[in-house]
Design a protein around this ligand. Structure first.
Ligand SMILES: NC(=O)c1ccc[n+]([C@@H]2O[C@H](COP(=O)([O-])OP(=O)(O)OC[C@H]3O[C@@H](n4cnc5c(N)ncnc54)[C@H](OP(=O)(O)O)[C@@H]3O)[C@@H](O)[C@H]2O)c1
Length: 270
């Protein structure tokens, strides 16, 4: 979802971008062969947006999640070190446990509560341990044109008149890949290495986000049924509060981004 948008965004901005597919560039493959592919391109920046992202499935496949998100990140970190290039690692709000009740700052202590969250956090540690020229970019509740995501799920259910239970006490910062691309470009050209929280501004519950999605798309909200997170059975635990404080980035509000996305997305559907 993010990688395709990011590649298109950066190409349109004049960057020379190489985008190997997972078929031709499997992070679990032979290091030397992968390194040859990367070295050939002589990158100034390696932007690592690949991951095992199936949060619930990861609970039943911890080794696979760890090998892709932790070891796969370490593989790319080694390459960045060997090629002396800048490294950008996309990470997640799921590195936090959700116990906090105020927006998470980039220097707040991670304490992941799921296999996915742990595997992404270990990826962060690999970056911090071996590199100096890095940007760790934590984002949250992503949606965009490609891949399946919450916004599309809600729109599909509304169109089909299918009732969906949506959690009313999980609070986060929904973020459009479109606005995240601009944030990533600003970060990776800043020269101020370190950890960033890159999310659209503000916070909302999943339920209120679903209602806003339908209202903005001119669809009925009758099919959205509020439920408590405690009654929502899923294999992986989620942080009930994972709002990211994007300071010092200047970012749009989640409402502005949602409207921008819907205008683009619904126009494509017309
Ligand atoms: N989605 C969210 O809500 C969210 C929130 C916070 C942070 N993030 C982070 O943002 C980044 C992008 O997420 P996304 O939602 O765009 O993910 P996505 O749509 O699931 O894309 C992940 C990509 O990683 C590739 N990949 C998986 N295993 C690989 C391997 N072994 N070797 C090479 N490539 C591999 C996948 O390729 P195939 O499809 O070919 O397998 C896919 O293209 C990730 O780091 C994720 O952890 C996402």
């Amino acid at each position: 979802m993010l990688g395709r948008d990011l590649a298109a965004y950066l190409k349109a901005k004049g960057y020379d971008v190489a985008t190997p597919s997972s078929a031709g560039f499997n992070l679990l493959g032979n290091y030397t062969e992968l390194f040859e592919q990367v070295a050939l391109f002589q990158p100034d920046i390696i932007l690592h947006a690949a991951a095992y992202t199936q949060v619930d499935k990861a609970e039943g496949a911890p080794e696979l999640a760890m090998s892709i998100n932790k070891d796969g990140t370490h593989t790319l970190v080694q390459m960045a070190k060997a090629l002396d290039c800048i490294f950008v690692y996309i990470s997640t709000d799921y590195v936090f446990d959700g116990e906090q009740k105020t927006p998470y700052l980039s220097n707040d202590r991670p304490n992941p509560i799921s296999i996915y969250g742990k595997s992404k956090y270990y990826g962060e540690l690999a970056v911090q341990e071996h590199l100096e020229m890095y940007y760790i970019v934590r984002t949250s509740w992503l949606y965009g044109q490609y891949g399946h995501n919450f916004v599309q799920f809600v729109l599909e259910a509304a169109r089909q008149g299918r009732e969906i239970p949506v959690v009313q006490d999980w609070i986060g910062s929904p973020t459009w890949t479109g606005s995240l691309c601009a944030m990533i470009e600003n970060i990776m050209t800043s020269g101020a290495f370190g950890i960033y929280h890159a999310a659209d501004a503000g916070s909302v519950s999943r339920f209120d986000q679903a209602v806003r999605i339908c209202q903005n798309a001119g669809l009925s909200v009758d099919h959205i049924r509020p439920v408590l997170g405690s009654s929502f059975s899923a294999p992986a635990k989620r942080p009930s509060y994972s709002v990211l404080d994007p300071t010092p980035l200047v970012v749009p509000t989640w409402e502005t981004s949602l409207q921008g996305y819907l205008e683009q997305y619904l126009m494509g559907q017309a």
